[in-house]
Design a protein around this ligand. Structure first.
Ligand code: LFR
Length: 471
């Protein structure tokens, strides 16, 4: 049959995509797309994980017969299940503030250098380690038998099999990046039982047949269950001298390596070493991404994004730039006000119209892309000659062009659905329908997708000047 269902859960929506392979090409169709609407209850921001699961089931029904199912989602968040397999409460959203007062103290207690040497992970306040520190002493944690990351929880509901897929486990800050295993002594020092963390599975491993009480028969196969890991598989690179930007709610900006970079410079630059498919390392930085724009649209109640982007492209550039990575932009809330305050703090005029504010966000993101691409290249020693921009952001022509300008490098944009592509290809390889290493899979992506090329325009001095405004 050579048909595979990719379940891809993102921060603002979920989808079930069917990938079909034939004649050296991959064709994707979206079977079902559904909203992901977090719910604040009792002062805590939660994921509505049962609504997501209902969307997954509906999508799999619409998808029809498939050889297998692969599941990916955002990283770090988890559900706890008890000894009988019941979910202990709704998973908490990584943008909830519960780790605010806790994460730094926890990192200092465990030792920031030791944490980096063991896990290679960047410091983000929502790393699973810090979420667990915030949950310490809760009855739920005391009753928990296993911690399941979001894709592992969905796989558990579909199959009954408990496990932890390695690319996503690598984002918890409780995973040993060199041993490629749970960091047992760190877990013990945090005061957690090792048994909370299920046995690891690798992309391509069979997870199990779907439960007999589900209305379809197929099996679930492990993919790069961290959405970014699947997206990097779907980067249509030819050769090794590329950087990638997986651009959606976040921009994940980095290079693909064989071994982690654990130097002091890398730690201070807050670069992360996440596990990739086929034992690769995703050496990258989280840039705040299109979240800045999404939250503005939400505040304004605006839904004409194409119109706004056209107006932003016509607006003057470099009116004001902000540090897109400022942690103050992380939580949900009034984004236009926070952006205006950031401009005021750096002595710049706050953009006074929606198009000029959107332009300022695009300039700021392009600047953050440039910083991260340059740092990834210099910290890893990798020669970068082209930037691949994949994910929903590849549709944003203004951002692609500004990123090429800022980086001074060509940007190749697409595929938009790189995550689903990577998810499907790893399943297809596990099933024997395609063969080869990541380079072979990427050739298939190139043969199946039209890419758009953006050449850098001469503007280095303007970008240097803008960078200087951030101090
Ligand atoms: C992107 C992503 C990032 C991760 C963030 C939070 O969807 O998975 O890689 O840092 O979401 O989980």
């Amino acid at each position: 049959m050579n048909a595979y269902a990719a379940v891809d859960l993102g921060a603002s929506s979920g989808r079930v995509v069917v990938g079909r392979l034939g004649g050296g090409r991959l064709d994707l169709t979206t079977a079902h797309r559904f909203a992901n609407e977090p719910v604040r209850a009792g002062g805590t921001l939660h994921w509505d994980v049962l609504a997501l699961y209902a969307g997954v089931l509906e999508g799999l029904r619409v998808a029809g017969p498939v050889d297998s199912i692969g599941i990916d989602a955002w990283a770090v968040d988890y559900g706890l299940i008890d000894a009988r397999g019941a979910l202990l409460g709704n998973p908490v959203h990584y943008r909830d503030g519960r780790t605010d007062g806790i994460w730094r103290a926890t990192a200092q207690r465990l030792g920031e250098r030791r944490l980096y040497a063991t896990t290679g992970l960047q410091q983000l306040p929502f790393n699973t380690l810090y979420q667990l520190a915030a949950a310490a002493g809760s009855p739920q944690l005391a009753a928990a038998q296993h911690l399941l990351l979001i894709p592992d929880l969905i796989a558990y509901w579909l199959t009954g099999a408990v496990g932890a897929e390695a690319t996503n486990a690598s984002t918890t800050q409780l995973y040993d990046v060199r041993a490629r295993d749970w960091a047992a002594s760190l877990i013990a020092d945090v005061g957690l039982p090792g048994s909370l963390f299920p046995p690891l599975r690798r992309p391509g491993d069979r997870i199990g047949a779907v439960r007999a009480d589900l209305p379809f028969t197929t099996e679930v196969v492990a993919v790069g269950s961290h959405d970014t890991a699947s997206a990097v598989v779907g980067v249509p690179a030819d050769g090794a001298d590329f950087a990638y930007i997986s651009c959606g709610t976040w921009s994940l900006v980095g290079v693909e390596l064989d071994a982690p970079v654990l130097s002091e410079e890398s730690r201070l630059a807050n670069f992360t070493n996440e596990g990739g498919v086929d034992g690769t390392i995703r050496y990258l930085r989280n840039v705040m991404g299109l979240w800045l724009l999404q939250e503005c649209l939400r505040s304004w109640g605006e839904d004409d994004l194409p119109g706004l982007l056209r107006a932003a492209a016509a607006a003057p550039g470099f009116l004001a730039v902000v540090d897109a990575d400022d942690p103050e932009f992380l939580p949900p809330g009034d984004m236009p006000a926070r952006l205006a305050a950031a401009c005021a703090r750096t002595g710049q005029p706050a953009p006074s119209s929606r198009p000029t504010l959107v332009r300022s966000i695009m300039d700021s993101l392009a600047l953050a892309h440039r910083r991260a691409v340059r740092a990834a290249a210099s910290l890893s020693g990798r020669d970068v000659r082209v930037v691949h921009l994949v994910g929903g952001g590849a549709r944003n022509e203004l951002l692609c062009q500004l990123t090429a300008d800022a980086c001074g490098l060509p940007v190749l944009a697409g595929p938009v659905e790189a995550t689903a592509v990577g998810n499907v290809l790893v399943q297809a390889r596990a099933g024997g329908a395609v063969r080869g290493d990541l380079a072979a899979l990427r050739k298939l992506v190139r043969d199946s997708h039209e890419l758009r090329r953006y050449e850098p325009r001469e503007s280095a001095a303007a970008w240097d000047e803008a960078e200087g405004r951030l101090g």
